[in-house]
Design a protein. Sequence first.
Length: 266
Amino acid sequence: MSKESSGYAIQARPAGFLHDLLSVAGRAVRAIPREPENLIPALLIPLFFFAVNVGALEGVSSFTGVTDYKAFQLPVAIIFAVTGVSRALALVTDITSGYFDRLLVSPINRWALLLGLMMADFALVLALSLPVLLLGLIVGVRFVTGILGVSVFLLLSGLWGLVYSGFPYAIALRTGNPAAVNTSFLLFLPFVFLTTVFLPMEALSGWLATFASYNPITYVLAGLRVLITDGWVIADLVYAFGAIVVVGSVSFSLAFTALRQRVKRN
């Protein structure tokens, strides 16, 4: 006699948070090579900005007190490479296709549905940082902090890309609309250009200096730059990690609140 005919229902048992997390992350990572249309712009845009900014402004950088403009611009290129890179569009596809709803019927851990995607994002932004970093090394950028400084540089970059990903995920979960997710990068552009992208903080004045002093990207850039040119300036590194924590507390709150609301609707 089968269990069904004897009145017992067969129910799937939870596999555990770690198993669920690695399963979601593994699926997301395996899908990345199949979407070159998302990867190529994420790599070409920062390389383009680095080449144009250095080529156009390196000659006048000495008037701003910057002695090595390539080193000054490399963190900017890294920030462009890692910001807005996420699996949010893939999440929208899962939502519209009904796959996300089927996952919610299963006993999979709800937090793993989002954390697994973010784990894949962290690996991706680190991978995107490497070609940009390699270009900087090729053109002569050198880290006074050595290999350890390069590791912290990549960690800071990866963490910034990770915490920013909370915004497109929040939009994806709330709207299920790919066009809305694509606009999430536009949120970043005004903030990055109203900071120390082209000039050091000492060269800014007026309202721009005031805005930049409250802009978290200013402190992330400062933390990345000291690792290249100034060494282990603890205060700048603390401010950089602090800025990441502040942005992450906002973006992750929005993303996981949106996840809870979508789970409730289903």
